[in-house]
Design a binder for this molecule. Structure first.
Ligand code: DUC
Ligand code: ZN
Ligand code: ZN
Length: 471
């Protein structure tokens, strides 16, 4: 099967030119002006951008959390991602405390076998227990199986939080095995005390979710992780940076040339803590962690994205229905499962309010949503670019397409949208995964199972283009 994408503006993190892309057997085989080839399918991309498919390195599909399970599985979650231009996601395969990493992976492989994802999927391992469940020896074997990132939670005391001993041992193992350590950086001990005091004083409205997680608790944990990773000698990736206090230690480490990276998520750029403060229990829709912050943090985040202190925008898609799930344990902030949806709208929002406003160049937009996550998570150059030999994961982006973001039109199972009613201009017209058209003209045309599990490369190594693997 061959595809010719004709006359589009091809934009990668580094390039921007008008040309044709010829795809054969799932990979990009030729790039050039007016290619003289015949193809099984021709896509006219005149006036459109031709972008590398986006990579979302932070999703929680079909995950048991906070007493319930996220409402998108690897079917609905990947379909929703595809409509937004995401062609690969890396989800968190969570170790249930007391069980091995092998059991966790088996469970997650079963989930994707059942769901038949339409885009490619990789896994990070979520390390929760090195005492009774997984061992460091077992953890050390995972990068050879293509699971090349270890995720630890420094918060959620009594659930998935690890202590500094587990954190540091995980970091040391990563330094030996070529894994990247990802941290959810908040001081879980301090937050636990502050939450208990607030609840005892009768403060249970959603706004207290933000009031009980001060930004300094994120800044402190970020700095602790940054320093410990440096001592351990492993690369560090700080997930969902939400505030200035967390940006600062990352900036300092990067200035020193340390292997420290940070991501923020779409919601932190647009939603502030006032969203939690709504009549009734509606504010619970915005109970995700870290919480929406004071508005002034948004300018710090944009600035950090521009100057490369933060270098990825992900979604932290962790969808629970409102009020069915968000209120299932009662109407008090401390029992609401933490998480918000957003897998479909990352590019829409970032293009509209980043590129169209001039905050981000088109190249930087591609770098933030595709190239950098591909680089950091061992997918590059197979993913994250359009180059001979790379997977033909491609988004034909219509810069003039108008859309109103809404739960009534998105493709996730979740019944609300954090950006409800937002008008955007710019959206995918055609989305391809390894040369297969999966979305075209707002229709899902993917065969179930169009996506595959991707074994990712270790830190500092590249994922060999598929054609070289086959050769
Ligand atoms: N934050 C959330 O909001 N949900 C899941 C995990 C997390 O860290
Ligand atoms: Zn988190
Ligand atoms: Zn998360």
């Amino acid at each position: 099967m061959s595809v010719l994408i004709k006359g589009g503006r091809i934009v990668t993190a580094a390039d921007d030119y008008v040309g044709d892309v010829f795809v054969e057997n799932g990979t990009v085989s030729l790039l050039g002006e007016s290619l003289d080839v015949t193809a099984d399918k021709v896509i006219d991309a005149t006036g459109k951008y031709v972008l590398p498919g986006a990579v979302d390195p932070h999703t929680h599909l079909e995950m048991f959390f906070g007493g319930t399970t996220t409402c998108d599985d690897f079917t609905s979650g990947t379909v929703s991602a595809a409509f937004g231009g995401t062609t690969t996601l890396v989800d968190f395969c969570m170790q249930a405390p007391g069980t091995s990493f092998g059991q966790a992976l088996e469970n997650y492989f079963e989930k994707i076998d059942r769901a038949k994802p339409v885009i490619d999927v990789g896994f990070h391992i979520g390390v929760t227990d090195l005492r009774e469940g997984g061992s460091l020896e077992e953890l050390a074997t995972l990068p050879d199986q293509g699971v090349t990132s270890y995720k630890v939670f420094m918060a959620y005391k009594g659930a998935v939080m690890v202590d500094d001993e587990t954190l540091f041992k995980t970091m040391r193992t990563a330094a030996e095995t070529g894994a990247l350590v990802m941290v959810h950086a908040e001081n879980g001990d301090a937050i636990d005390i502050i939450v208990k005091e607030a609840v005892a004083a009768g403060h249970t409205e959603p706004i207290w979710h933000a009031r009980t997680r001060p930004p300094e608790t994120e800044g402190e944990a970020t700095n602790r992780a940054v320093q410990l990773a440096h001592v351990a000698g492993c690369p560090l990736y700080v997930v969902h940076v939400s505030c200035r206090e967390s940006i600062e230690p990352i900036a300092l480490a990067r200035e020193k040339g340390w292997d420290t990276y940070g991501e923020t998520c779409t919601q932190y750029l647009f939603i502030d803590e006032s969203a939690l403060d709504q009549p009734g229990f509606e504010g619970a829709k915005y109970i995700y962690t870290p919480p929406p912050r004071a508005k002034e943090n948004q300018e710090h985040l944009w600035h950090a994205l521009r100057n490369d202190v933060l270098s990825v925008v992900s979604t932290d898609h962790c969808p629970f229905k409102w009020p069915e799930q968000k209120g299932h344990a009662g109407e008090a902030f401390q029992v609401v499962p933490n998480g918000g949806p957003g897998i479909e709208n990352r590019l829409h929002m970032l293009y509209q309010f980043g590129v169209r406003t001039g905050r981000l160049s088109l190249n930087r937009f591609v770098e933030l949503v595709s190239t950098n996550p591909a680089r950091y998570f061992g997918l590059y150059p197979r993913k994250g670019t359009i180059a001979p030999g790379s997977d033909a994961d491609i988004v034909v982006w219509d810069p003039d397409k108008k859309l109103t973001l809404s739960a009534s039109t998105h493709h996730s199972n979740v019944n609300y949208n954090l950006f409800e009613g937002t008008d955007v201009t710019g959206a995918p017209e055609v989305v391809l995964v390894r040369g297969q058209v999966i979305v075209e003209n707002d229709e899902l045309v993917a065969q179930p199972g169009a996506g595959q599990f991707v074994k990712r490369a270790k830190w500092g190594e590249e994922l060999t283009p598929a054609e070289k693997v086959m050769a």
